[in-house]
Write a protein that binds this ligand. Sequence first.
Ligand SMILES: [Zn+2]
Length: 429
Amino acid sequence: MDEVAAVAGQLLSSSEAEWAGVTADILAQTQQVPAISKVNGKYICARCGGVVPTSSQRLPSGVVYCGACIALGRISSDMMLWQFPQPHYAPAALQMSWHGQLTPQQVSVADELIATYQTGGERLLWAVTGAGKTEMLFPLLEQALAAGTRVAIVSPRIDVILELAPRIAAAFADVPLAVRYGGSGPQAVGQLLLATVHQLLRFKKTFGLIIVDEVDAFPYAADPVLERAVRSASCGARIFLTATPSASLLARSKRGQLAISYLPRRFHGFPLPLPQVIVDASVTKLSARARGIISRVIRQCARTLIFVPAVEQLRPLQLALAKLNITAETVYSAEPLRKERVQRLRQGEVNVLISTTILERGVTFPNCGVIVLQADAPLFATSALVQMAGRAGRAKEHPADPVYFLCRNYNLAIAGALRQIKQMNRRRA
Ligand SMILES: [Zn+2]
């Protein structure tokens, strides 16, 4: 890929362009726009489209900067950004390297996704955990990539991106895949991008197909900047995927503003494991009952995920388990070794992983029991509980892995999760 193709469609600062290796010759032919411009008395950020509150986001020199997209590097009113032209990819025969078989239900969803891609517009795919969302995307991706369309698959969650990367790369071995998240800079991006949502802020009207996986996950749901990022990077169809759509997404669909595909059935056809709720008054340490449940699940399953609401609970629980001769590792969002530890669970080098909600979605491990401690914690909304429970029973050889919710009080979020799971199981036939 030459340096122009690598930055095509992107809006970059001079230092980003330099980092990406763009030469002065190319810059001389590239359009520039003010990073922040004054429109009707308001300062608007060219990158994220946000209004800059000038009272708080002003540097000592008097220039204003945008705080909303500062995670990508600070841009201010004294800067210009380079707007690189859109790339062109010619249609080309494409050999998909995935040769799996979709179920008839998956095929009809895949067809609906393709229809939305062809006509443009937006569609929500509401599919239960373990429905095989990623595989359902493959026929769509094959068609779009072969047509020369530029495709972005994005998610609010880094862990979802890390999980998807090897699967997408394996299915489309012929198409170079750029993976960007967190602090990764504006390195080469070709026809296919896999990234966290906020990386889209660097692209304007670039992607003919954008797929947003786990669309309801924090922080996409709470951050209007990310929603704008998806819209402004798009020049075609947008597809949203989730097992637990937010009330606002469902309301848009009810109003007829968002087409919806619904798949209440796991790919293997077995029902979702129904969590067993254990009301247990002890909170300060693991009760005998909790210890019994944990030991039983660990004996029964090749892997066990134990969820806790707070980072501070990881280490004490790990020590408590060590006293029972149970070796467990821990992960949370800022853990530098999280990728390696998840990988160790996958490969069976460790059997028990204690996690915050970062692993509630997007990850698949065969034969995995799930225990949620303090399931009645305010942080655990119904969607989080459904997602955590959805880590169990995903392999067709082990469809009925156990799921336990331990709580002091049976609350509305827990009741909502059980209701939703039962409802999906009834509709799956
Ligand atoms: Zn901004």
